[in-house]
Design a protein around this ligand. Structure first.
Ligand code: SAH
Ligand code: SF4
Length: 385
């Protein structure tokens, strides 16, 4: 059967249905086939339609059923009664003087997250969020100060990529060069504390019939959720980045408090065991440079000692300040002295050039106004009643 069961309370007659229609964005082909079967298609038709929908959504970037011309006219008109392919709303889109773009996207429940595109000459990385806020409270990170936290769904994670590709005009999925050539899971949130949704989103993004981004072009950054690191390597095989930031547990406990649960030794053991790492695909160790806190030559030497036996590279990140932050960025001298020690020991140790600082889009500066908007909305509602 190649018809969806007619919905007697179709959306145009009952607008409340809008809220409960399932969004196809975030579904794998198998999920879509299952949903179509639940709505009356037989297995064979469901499988074929799912394949077409997947192609339109993730390869072509279509955001309206009406444009899906390989699907019969009848089916195209039936689909919106049951499903939606709506994107989240873009509440703001800012562009830095250096070309970096920052999107603030809003989901139907009013929660917002930020995504950032960092362009290079003929390529670029999209920095994607995994949570609204973050439950962890790293003392140097703006996102960690957000009170409101929830996991993003797989669809909400992928939607950030779709929205960015809409803006940049990168549909259908290009075979050659792309301006969104890489994804870094380095936006708001701790991706390994929302593993299932992140994994599903990344699998869809890697699928060759859709966006088709190679696992080698995806990097997941974690503050060190040790029990999930192995699974991430095994199931996704993406590049791993570790927010190390300190070489002693005393200092790391303060900077990255999850260290109290999973201290440095356990974290480094998980890195040694990471399934996808080898000399060609090294693990990146991120190290934020904080004046007088973690930037001494002795700490650089200790870092080299700790990384022994791990295929590693080090990324030194000048601290990006935010309103109310308690740290100062290390001096250029201190950063270069540190970099030289690590580099002389045979590890690549580039200093990350801050991008998009003028629009608060640099590492660790992301924080949506979700809580404030909600508070003001509550006030307005209270005043009106
Ligand atoms: N939660 C994950 C990914 C998001 S943070 C993680 O912590 O790894 C992405 C990177 O930015 C992390 O290395 C984080 O430690 C770093 N970062 C956070 N705040 C920063 C700041 N103010 N300046 C520079 N880097 C920062
Ligand atoms: Fe969360 Fe990462 Fe920020 Fe720490 S650095 S608070 S883990 S987003």
């Amino acid at each position: 059967m190649d018809h969806l069961i007619p919905d007697v309370e179709a959306v145009d007659r009952n607008p409340e249905l809008l809220a409960i229609r399932k969004n196809l964005i975030g579904m794998t082909r198998a999920d879509m086939a299952e949903a179509l079967q639940e709505n009356g298609l037989d297995a064979k038709a469901a499988k074929m339609r799912a394949r077409q929908l997947f192609h339109w959504l993730y390869y072509r970037g279509t955001s309206d059923f009406a444009d899906m011309t390989s699907i019969s006219k009848e089916m195209r008109s039936e689909l919106p009664d049951h499903f939606t392919v709506a994107r989240p709303e873009i509440t703001s889109l800012q562009q830095s003087t250096d070309g970096t773009r920052k999107w603030l996207v809003k989901f139907p429940d009013g929660q917002e997250v930020e995504s950032v595109h960092i362009p290079e000459e003929d390529r670029g990385a999209l920095c994607v969020s995994s949570q609204v806020g973050c439950t962890l409270t790293c003392s140097f990170c703006h996102t960690g100060t957000m009170k409101l936290v929830r996991n993003l769904t797989a669809g909400e994670i992928i939607a950030q990529m779709l929205v960015a590709r809409d803006t940049i005009g990168e549909w259908p999925s290009p075979k050659g060069e792309r301006m969104i050539s890489n994804i870094v899971m380095m936006g708001m949130g701790e991706p390994l504390l929302n593993y299932d949704n992140v994994a599903k989103a990344l699998k869809i993004i890697m699928d060759g019939e859709g966006i088709s981004l190679s696992k080698r072009r995806i990097t997941l950054s974690t503050s060190g959720v040790v029990p999930k690191i192995h699974q991430c390597g095994e199931e996704l095989g993406v590049n791993l980045a570790i927010s190390l930031h300190a070489v002693s547990n005393d200092v790391r406990d303060v900077l990255v408090p999850i260290n109290k649960r999973y201290p440095i030794k356990e974290l480094l053991q998980a890195c040694k065991d990471y399934p996808s790492s080898n000399n060609a695909r090294r693990i990146t160790f991120e190290y934020v440079m904080l004046d007088g806190v973690n930037d001494s030559p002795a700490e650089a030497r200790e870092l080299v000692r700790l990384l022994k036996d791990i295929p590693a590279k080090v990324n030194l990140i000048p601290f990006n300040p935010w309103p109310g932050s308690q740290y100062k960025c290390s001096s250029n001298n201190a950063i270069h002295r540190f970099a030289k020690i690590v580099n002389d020991a045979g590890y690549s140790s580039p200093v990350r050039v801050p991008r998009g600082r003028d629009i608060m889009a640099a590492c660790g500066q992301l924080k949506s106004e979700s809580t404030k908007i909600r508070a003001s909305e509550r006030k307005a509602a209270a005043a009106a009643s």
